[in-house]
Design a protein around this ligand. Structure first.
Ligand SMILES: Nc1ncnc2c1ncn2[C@@H]1O[C@H](COP(=O)(O)OP(=O)(O)OP(=O)(O)O)[C@@H](O)[C@H]1O
Length: 254
């Protein structure tokens, strides 16, 4: 295999972001290998959304460096952005446009070929049919989340950043969306960064996780390795140990 094939899809090195006196992200580094799902975990205010916003180039780090698909996001971000996409509960689709119109606008922005077919496929897989022609502003929270996921997938991104993608979905829909994300990753080889508070979801989808606390990386590893190191049954218990400072991890930390 050639070197460029093995190169991490995402490299974050020493990221720092301050909002006034708050250091939201403090010397955070990680890598995501191509075709993997990296979980960004941490309690409320740990710095997950800020990190994702920096990966997207929406926020400029105060220091540190981000490379996505070989492109330095400080100097060459547009080449990478065309091959990326994201969904976030903090970014709504334009309210007055229908879901179909939204997907059409974003599809054109990304230069998607065969756009009608792509929209039809996403509508089928994410079950958008019943509200495809309704204004995005009139949807329920769960319907908005699915529409936002469709927008995030419109350009078949190689790097997909998902901030709490199943937070407002009912358990059945959330499970189906997870299955769909797994298939998407398997079929396309996309690299995914997933910020989530759902530890069962993270265990299922992520090959690696980065645990953040107060903007710093406090542990990292494969879910099974972390569970083993903390002597726990599942990632939820590991999360609680880290959040409350009660866990004793063997040979861990960073
Ligand atoms: N625009 C902003 N101005 C000032 N402080 C901010 C801003 N955005 C985030 N912060 C602060 O930065 C820190 C990290 O916030 P961030 O939203 O990245 O956390 P998070 O891990 O995504 O949290 P949550 O799980 O609650 O969504 C928090 O202390 C937050 O209050």
């Amino acid at each position: 295999m050639r070197d460029w094939v093995r190169r991490p899809a995402i490299i974050a090195e020493g990221l720092v972001k301050r909002y006034g006196t708050v250091t939201a992200v403090d010397q955070v580094s990680f890598e995501a290998a191509p075709g993997t799902v990296l979980g960004l975990l941490g309690g409320n205010g740990a710095g997950k959304t800020t990190t994702i916003a920096m990966l997207l180039g929406l926020l400029i780090p105060d220091s540190g460096r981000i490379t996505v698909l070989g492109h330095d996001m400080a100097t060459d971000r547009f080449a990478a952005l065309a091959r990326m996409n994201f969904s976030s509960p903090y970014v709504s689709l334009p309210h007055r446009l229908s879901v179909r119109e939204n997907l059409t606008v974003y599809g054109h922005l990304y230069g998607v070929r065969g756009l009608s077919r792509r929209i039809a496929r996403l509508a089928e897989e994410l079950e958008l049919g019943p509200f495809l022609d309704r204004p995005a502003g009139q949807l329920s929270a769960g319907q908005k989340t699915r529409a936002a996921l469709a927008k995030a997938l419109i350009n078949t991104p190689e790097v997909l950043l998902l901030d709490e993608p199943t937070a407002s979905l009912d358990p059945d829909t959330a499970d189906r969306v997870r299955g769909w994300l797994e298939r998407y990753r398997d079929e396309t080889g996309a690299t995914v960064v997933l910020a989530s508070h759902n530890m069962a979801e993270v265990e299922r989808l992520c090959s690696d996780v980065v645990m953040l606390k107060h903007g710093r990386v406090v542990d990292r590893g494969a879910p099974a390795a972390l569970i083993g190191r903390y002597g726990r049954q599942d990632l939820e218990q590991v999360f609680l140990d880290i959040a409350r400072g009660t866990g004793v991890a063997a040979g861990g930390g960073s």
